[in-house]
Design a protein around this ligand. Structure first.
Ligand SMILES: [Zn+2]
Length: 84
């Protein structure tokens, strides 16, 4: 099982192993919310009179571990390829 997906910080004690990167990416996607997948984030700014809106970011490529790990949800995870 050369690929390990881990939740960070390590006190969450969650990690899974996969044979291929594609399988690890499929699992990782399950932990990423719709906002992160679409790149659209609703926000509320209480300092502003009309401080509610949607911030639009570039949507991640759903097949790319790099893109997924770069999202706010994905950055809580770490994916590594283990030495055989
Ligand atoms: Zn998210």
């Amino acid at each position: 099982m050369p690929w390990t997906l881990e939740h960070c910080p390590a006190n969450e004690e969650w990690s899974k192993s996969f044979a291929t990167e594609a399988e690890a990416v499929t699992e990782l996607r399950k932990h990423i919310c719709d906002s992160c997948m679409t790149g659209k984030f609703e926000y509320v700014d209480t300092e502003q009179p009309d401080g509610v809106g949607v911030e639009v970011h570039k949507a991640p490529n759903p097949e790319s571990s790099y893109d997924l790990l770069s999202t706010p949800c994905g950055c809580e995870y770490e994916l590594r390829e283990d030495e055989q």
